[in-house]
Design a binder for this molecule. Structure first.
Ligand code: 6PG
Length: 256
């Protein structure tokens, strides 16, 4: 496993760089296995990537019939709810490309049945992802973001899910948002061929410094993201301010 970093001047450049990286991962997967199983992330940052992927310069370079999309985590709300990660991806990407509906795997929403939905999602992954390593399904690429508390997916500080090492998808109550979520867990995410984390904003600069220096492991859940393959950080200049000032750690290679 190699850690890479790329710092982009602004959000637009970050979206472009992330799209180029995504495309490279797609091409490699399809060349070797004729299919690309990719996990989409939620929140706001990935919109920058999804909008590029949906644009003519990228969308027409992808055979979407060979792409299966999943969600690294989901707010436990109906699919048409404003907070839904599925809705965000649908509006910014999925509705704009010719991906077969059966290749889109959202987390099911059935009110008051979150555990059933989490277990059903694990079943969906087991059924669709054909590459397995260590007896765990292996995604070609997992996209993640990072909160300013060092969470990723819905792996938040001081939550039970951080200790989950049997289930690959679990329900989690997030106190700070007073809401339930469904999230992939460390065993599944870390079994990925590659993980790409997109981070923007000066509000994350401080945590970025600690995380890239790999200090504060117990404090920042994202530090336990250690995939089998490569871990790629793509930051914008504002998120990387302090890292640049301090000097990029020597264990990080430049993403070309
Ligand atoms: C979510 C995401 C979450 C996100 C971070 C960063 O459902 O919100 O999965 O982990 O990646 O909170 O969010 P922003 O990109 O909005 O800063």
């Amino acid at each position: 496993m190699t850690d890479y970093i790329s710092v982009q001047t602004d959000k637009t450049e970050l979206g472009l760089k992330a799209a180029e990286y995504w495309l490279g991962q797609y091409e490699q997967a399809v060349k070797n296995r004729a299919v690309f199983h990719v996990v989409l992330s939620g929140g706001t940052t990935p919109k920058l990537l999804y909008e590029h992927l949906a644009s003519k310069g990228f969308a027409d370079r992808v055979n979407w019939k060979q792409v299966h999309v999943y969600f690294g985590d989901e707010r436990f709300v109906p699919h048409d709810h404003a907070d839904s990660n599925y809705r965000m991806a649908k509006e910014t990407l999925l509705d704009k490309i010719d991906i077969p509906i059966e290749n889109i795997h959202p987390v099911e929403y059935r009110e008051n049945h979150i555990e059933d939905c989490a277990r059903a999602y694990q079943q969906t992954i087991e059924t669709n992802v054909k590459s397995w390593v260590n007896d765990i399904p292996q995604f070609d690429l997992v996209l993640l973001g990072m909160g300013d508390d060092g969470h990723t997916a819905s792996l938040f500080p001081d939550t039970e899910i951080l200790n989950e090492n049997q289930r690959w998808v679990s329900e989690v109550f997030v106190k700070k948002f007073n809401s339930w979520r469904v999230s992939m867990t460390y065993p599944l995410i870390n079994n990925a061929r590659n993980v790409c984390i997109l981070v923007v904003g000066d509000n994350k600069a401080e945590v970025m410094l600690s995380v890239l220096a790999r200090s504060g492991a117990t404090k920042y859940p994202i530090l336990r993201i250690r995939p089998i393959g490569d871990l790629v950080w793509i930051l914008d200049a504002s998120a990387a301010t302090l890292v640049i000032k301090q000097g990029i750690p020597s264990n990080l290679s430049k993403l070309t």
